[in-house]
Design a protein around this ligand. Structure first.
Ligand code: PAF
Length: 271
């Protein structure tokens, strides 16, 4: 109680599509740590689990997306969540799942890289995050840097539509061999799983080279010689996704299919 009034709890929000892994654990722990640091202010760490149909550009990817609700609950609780919500499709889309969602145009943020390769993907992400934010009303929302472009798109959405909400980025969690943790990795088996780490090695080689844009074609050819089907391997500014070189701002981004799975990753350029 504060002067006779009960303070409304602050909400620290971790939106996910489930199939939680240690990378999600880091997001939830970051939210827990911040909540615990708020002192007397009541705070709730809320995790949502909703496999959003409108952000999948391939029906087969949506069908294959793993659902592991019991494991998710356990992981979320152990990482410090106060509540885990599982919205239904009809709660998120009361008028039915739209065939296409409202077009979102944030320039290069939505048109480059993932935006170019997955038409409609960011339209679906923005639609669902907008809806979740409106319902959960967070003060802070946590997103992983593995989906860097998504993070940049959501920062723009929040800047435009959710005054007072802060987006908190959380570093990519990697396996010991460097592979970025992802719910889709569980579809990689045996030698495919081992071979997948070549993606991170290629990213690092390019990011640490004196001229990363020059090295992208070479890295693409090297990955393709191993059997990767590379969709893009490019350098862009981390905040705007524009491709002009600005020292200190650049990141290397890759998307490639390997072992039947589409993998994405990114790292900062050294300079
Ligand atoms: O990153 C994800 O898991 C999803 O894209 C998100 C942000 C939960 C929206 O469905």
């Amino acid at each position: 109680m504060n002067g006779g009034f009960t303070m409304a709890p602050e909400v620290l929000f971790v939106p996910t599509m489930g199939a939680l892994h240690a990378g999600h654990g880091d997001l939830i722990r970051a939210a827990r740590k911040m909540a615990d640091g708020l002192g007397e202010r009541p705070a709730h760490v809320v995790v949502s689990i909703f496999i959003n149909p409108t952000q999948f550009d391939e029906a087969s990817d949506f069908d294959a997306y793993p659902a592991t609700p019991e494991n998710d609950l356990k992981l979320a609780e152990e990482a410090g969540a106060d509540a885990v919500v599982f919205p239904s499709v009809s709660e998120m889309y009361p008028e039915g799942v739209p065939v296409s969602t409202e077009r979102v145009d944030y320039g290069a943020l939505t048109s480059s890289l993932e935006g170019g390769k997955r038409p409609g993907h960011f339209d679906g992400v923005v639609a669902v995050v907008r809806n979740l934010m409106a319902q959960v009303k967070p003060r802070w929302a946590f997103f992983g840097e593995k989906d860097w472009q998504q993070l940049a798109v959501i920062k723009r959405l929040v800047q435009l539509e959710f005054e007072g909400v802060e987006v908190v980025p959380v570093s990519t969690k990697r396996e010991p061999d460097g592979l970025a943790m992802s719910s889709r990795n569980r579809r990689l088996s045996g030698s495919d799983r081992r071979g997948a780490s070549a993606l991170y090695s290629a990213l690092k080689r390019v990011a640490e080279s004196p001229d990363p844009p020059l090295k992208c074609a070479e890295a693409t050819a090297a990955l393709e010689s191993l059997g990767f089907d590379v969709e893009y391997f490019s350098v862009a500014q981390g905040d705007s996704l524009e491709s002009e070189w600005v020292s200190g701002k650049m990141r290397v981004f890759v998307a490639a299919r390997w072992g039947g799975v589409r993998l994405i990753d990114n790292v900062a350029c050294r300079q």
